[in-house]
Ligand binder design. Structure first.
Ligand SMILES: *Cc1c(COP(=O)(O)O)cnc(C)c1O
Length: 357
């Protein structure tokens, strides 16, 4: 039987839901912003809230244009489609979301193949990347795109070194390759590296990439949505792909308004999520039955158990009111987010400390 990676429902005695940063409820302020949003038919380019969100994301990242889409899978898949032709090859890490968790979309939507890097928690270096570019010879698939994920989910929320990204960017551009960011959780990286609030640092970072996918529905706490940024001509092509994928929307400004609200109110506060994750890291690190806790950079904590399967641990945690997620046969993932109250997290840490596998 294929290994199950289904999210279990939260227990009835729920203390804290650490399954994912996608379980958040839209906050009261966000719901009000949605209620007040000016909207129009976005297929006619008449939704003011969507226009404002797109403009804000482009400005923030130093790009010319942006496109609001229903999901991060769609923004990534559109970017891949615009950067490649059928038969091309995409360089990405073996832990990347575009490879593992998008239903084989690189092959299915774009007819492209993948060259996997073996980086450190999802972060590969420029030497490995260059060594994996195919020669310009018709025997080989044409390498056309390099993709990175900051933070890397399967790497335990690992953040990249910006200098390494700059080297990858320069090497990609020098060879005519596109450079794409899966920035589902780039907000966490920006906060953790101290770039959030520093307009020039964000634009420097943004301009390293030819395209960036930014999710609103993870740590930002929106119900739906991702934004793709890039040049005017890139976004014009992306708009065409979005149409073909069925992602055109009408009065979706109610959703864009949630994104605009989150950009004002839900980014800087992620420092609290990172603090909560370190509390869990310390608790698990001191636990006699835990074999290993991956380094915690941001809001994701992954730990490994030698003696127990992850399904058993997820059940034991669930019995203690802590909902979490099996991340492989003996790994468990905990994710902090804006609906985690410090008092509940402290109580969860106490329960974990007393628990025995
Ligand atoms: C969640 C996520 C996405 C996009 O997912 P959607 O559920 O389609 O919005 C892309 N990349 C990473 C790293 C993610 O965690």
């Amino acid at each position: 039987m294929a290994q199950s990676s289904q999210l279990q429902p939260p227990p009835s005695n729920l203390l804290v839901d650490l399954r994912s940063d996608t379980v958040t409820q839209p906050s009261a302020g966000m719901r009000q912003a949605m209620l007040d949003a000016p909207v129009g038919d976005d297929v006619f380019g008449e939704d003011e809230s969507i226009q404002a969100l797109q403009q804000r994301c482009a400005e923030l990242t130093g790009h010319e244009a942006a496109l609001f889409c229903p999901s991060g899978t769609m923004t990534n898949q559109i970017a891949i489609q615009v950067h490649t032709r059928p038969g091309d090859e995409v360089i990405c890490d073996k832990l990347s979301h575009i490879y593992n968790y998008e239903g084989g979309g690189i092959a299915r939507n774009s007819g492209a193949s993948v060259r996997l890097m073996h980086g450190d928690r999802g972060r590969y270096d420029v030497e490995e990347m260059i060594a994996n570019i195919n020669p310009a010879d018709s025997h080989y698939a044409r390498t056309s795109l390099v993709a990175v994920e900051d933070t890397c989910n399967k790497g335990g929320g690992a953040i990249w070194n910006v200098d390494e990204l700059a080297r990858l960017s320069e090497a990609s551009r020098a060879r005519g390759l596109g450079f794409h960011l899966d920035g589902a959780r780039v907000w966490n990286a920006w906060v953790q590296r101290g770039e959030w609030g520093d307009a020039s640092a964000l634009q420097h970072y943004g301009r390293l990439f030819d395209s960036m996918s930014l999710c609103l529905s993870k740590g930002l706490g929106c119900p739906v949505g991702s934004v793709l940024v890039g040049s005017e001509s890139f976004i014009a092509e992306a708009h065409r792909s979005r149409k073909v994928m069925g992602g055109g929307m009408r009065q979706a400004g109610v959703l864009a308004a949630a994104g605009l609200y989150a950009l004002e109110h839900h980014v800087a506060r992620m420092a609290q999520d990172h603090h909560h994750a370190r509390m869990l890291e310390q608790t698990l690190g001191a636990h006699p039955d835990v074999a290993h806790v991956d380094a915690v950079d941001t809001n994701i904590v992954i730990f490994t158990l030698p003696g127990a399967t992850s399904d058993t641990v997820v059940q034991a945690f669930s019995n203690m009111g802590i909902a979490c997620f099996a991340f492989g046969p003996n790994k468990v993932r905990l994710v902090t987010h804006l609906d985690v109250a410090t008092a509940n997290l402290e109580e969860a840490c106490q329960r974990i400390a007393k628990w025995r596998a």
